[in-house]
Design a protein around this ligand. Sequence first.
Ligand code: NAD
Length: 485
Amino acid sequence: MQSIQNYINGELVSPVNQNYLDNFEPATGKIYSKIPESDSDDLELAVIAAESAKSEWANMPAEQRSNLLMKLADAIETASEELARAEAIDNGKPIAFARAVDSYRSAANIRFFANAATQFSSECHDMGSVGVNFTLRQPIGVVACISPWNLPLYLFTWKIAPALACGNVVIAKPSEVTPMTAYIFSRLCIEAGIPKGVINILHGSGPAIGSPLVNHPKIKAVSFTGGSATGRAIASQIAPMLKKFSLELGGKNPTLVFADSCKDQASFDNTVSEVARAAFSNQGQICLCGSRIYVERSVYERFKTALVKKVRALRIGDPLVEETQHGALVSKAHYEKVYSYIELAKEEGGTVLTGGNKRTPEGRCSGGYFIEPTVIEGLSSECRVNQEEIFGPVCTIQPFDSEEEAVTKANGTEYGLATSVWSSNVSRCHRLSSQLDFGIVWINCWLLRDLRTPFGGMKSSGMGREGGLEAMRFFTEPKNVCIKY
Ligand code: NAD
């Protein structure tokens, strides 16, 4: 059975303690590889490697750093099919999705920040005849990048790329639930000629290696994506150490459908398709998925019927089959958690319109963690199912009567990551953009990404932003230089 290895000082190595965790294939429920359960001993080796690589990487001309990152992006593109297949096996997502989203965007992340390395600039504040201030933006040093399991390599590279582009060295920890593409990525770093120690990848669980990593005194900044509870725990540990940190956390994202978005059949069909895509892409396991659907009452019944029809038509099955649109949930624990929310929805008075069941495909996937895409109606906005993040293929649908009611319902959870609004009324769209308390407001679209934009959430959905200049600013220390004439 394959054993994943850590990547330290440019080499693939076994964990010092020789402890390994089991890695499951979610579509079959079977163990298919071993993953290092790294600890502080491995961390010390990674810190030594990063410290010794720090100065040369920080002082390398930006163009040279950029060229190395471009080679890494090329290597990801060359390995894109291998990566897509590995992601589908490790995570349970359909291979077509892994190809179009995960491997494609991982290369795009690296390429985008490779360009940013040579385009980034800082401010100058002219004081006229008195003098001038300028801002030096210098790398922070050794930084930690910690990522979750839902878009494994995509979110891993979304952090590592800007950190490296700014001249930092990285110790990264992928999710222990989906380690395989980070392992392949280690090999690609070697192939691309990334200097030793510039990036180090440690595998293992949060308690064994995540917590020691963020707490290590040599780690100067932490970029974290994961659940809100984990984010809070990390913040409470490292805020007193005065480390810089950025937290991208959970969501409970609303989708608002106004009747004027359904004026003709083509726009109605498009809205239904996109709302279904927003709810169920990646089995609903995207932090940005729209899991609370609010529809203006005058089109509610028609919209609901069309949505249910659309969702029922999704092809569920083996993630490695090209035609599959809905794969397995990532782990047994997550599968049981998601299913428990379907049972809770029934207790809370909800009616399952479609789905609601565990599914056992025949053959190879009979032991897999499949749940049908599920739409539930009849729940109040205040119930737990509409307040807590489920992070699976479960959405609720409710009617609303006025714009004010829609905004109140949309804003009525502790989360504030993303929302999408479907309307042809331009004034309304502008009004709602300012009234909705979310880091990302999509108007007549969902998950339309431009890597230059600030990415992240408000309220319990996070602190700080990633993307474009926000990421470049996070991963640099601004130093004001004041010169008196
Ligand atoms: P998680 O919080 O359980 O784990 C995330 C990562 O943190 C993993 O690598 C884990 O090993 C590590 N970790 C756990 N405890 C740690 C600790 N004490 N110290 C350091 N690291 C620790 O989250 P998950 O279940 O992997 O991911 C799902 C969550 O991520 C959902 O809530 C989802 O909304 C969120 N998410 C947010 C975004 C975003 O951009 N806002 C994107 C994707 C996922």
